[in-house]
Design a protein around this ligand. Structure first.
Ligand SMILES: [Zn+2]
Length: 321
């Protein structure tokens, strides 16, 4: 250990060089009370943190305007923030409820469930988890309902079920819906929200892209309209198949829509992406979608478009007879 006399010698040498009296000694003195400073700091227990004071499931923070919103208030406004119009995610059944006329919806293939063809690790558990926590057995609800005066074949995807991914069941349910629409001469409406093809089913998922588009091609051959509604987020395999082949493509405001994610595109092209890239507004400006429709206006907009599209269909049918 350094003697006090040595320390003074060092200090006086530096004093001379720098011309200051307040210089610190170059050797750090040993702490006289070791291991006490940090141990005595009071720590907040989790139960005292502010977050816990807000009861869970009652309030939701709007990610856009950061206002705390009462859950019931959001529900009453079709899961849209009344201050900034941010559209929150909404379940398939809730969406169907506000799109179709009361009690007019008959569900199809409600009990169709996915197998685990590749024995993919944890897939069966994830399926069971989402089937238990959600209200349907896979990521899409399909059926025949009425919008305004029109009977429609309606499919609505649900992002809360495995990210709305398209596996065999989603593809099969949509294909059966489209085929039912063709058979009954009904327009088809599909509301999409999806992260893409379901990787747990590998190629079986990719095959759904061709299958759904094949059914839609046959539906179109029968001069029947298909309206595709894109909601936040719609990506990858779904965007690369049925979601972009609509006679009319609508989207909710500020929905993220694209094929590959922005980061992947940026890394691949090594270029800066324009502002607002992969949003509804950007895609409307560049011609991929036909209109942006707010959730509260979606039902009336669909009624309006169906009036127009089905009138054309009826005229075409009568001409071909
Ligand atoms: Zn908001």
């Amino acid at each position: 250990m350094t003697k006090p006399t040595d320390r003074n010698a060092t200090t006086s040498f530096i004093k001379k060089t720098l011309g200051t009296d307040s210089i610190e000694p170059t050797l750090t003195p040993l702490p006289t009370h070791s291991n006490t400073t940090f141990e005595k700091k009071p720590r907040l227990s989790p139960s005292k943190s502010r977050k816990r004071e807000i009861p869970e499931g009652l309030w939701n923070k709007c990610p856009q305007c950061e206002t705390l919103l009462y859950d019931k208030e959001i529900d009453l406004n079709l899961k849209v923030c009344h201050l900034c119009q941010h559209h929150f995610a909404i379940g398939a059944r809730e969406r169907i409820n506000f799109l179709v006329e009361t009690c007019s919806f008959t569900e199809m293939d409600a009990n169709l469930v996915s197998l685990d063809p590749l024995n993919f690790p944890a897939y069966a558990d994830k399926l069971a988890r989402d089937q238990k926590s959600g209200t349907s057995k896979d990521a899409v609800v399909t059926g025949i309902g009425k919008i305004g005066l029109h009977k429609v074949a309606l499919g609505v995807m649900d992002f809360s079920f495995l990210g709305g991914s398209m596996g065999s069941v989603v593809g099969e349910k949509l294909t059966r819906l489209i085929e039912a629409g063709t058979e009954k001469k009904l327009p088809v409406i599909i509301v999409s929200t999806s992260g893409g093809a379901r990787m747990y089913e590998g190629m079986f998922s990719l095959m759904q892209m061709a299958k759904t588009c094949g059914a839609l091609a046959y539906h179109a051959k029968n001069r029947l309209p298909f309206i595709s509604v894109l909601t936040d987020p719609t990506f990858a395999g779904v965007m690369a198949s049925f979601a972009t082949v609509g006679d009319l493509i609508l989207a909710e405001p500020a929905a993220r829509i694209g094929f590959a994610g922005a980061r992947v595109i940026k890394d691949t092209t090594q270029s800066e992406l324009p502002p607002g890239f992969q949003t509804s507004e950007f895609l409307l400006e560049h011609g991929l979608i036909d209109a942006i429709v707010a959730r509260k206006d979606m039902k009336s907009a669909l009624e309006f478009y169906l009036d127009f599209l089905m009138t054309g269909h009826q005229k075409a049918s009568s001409h071909s007879k």
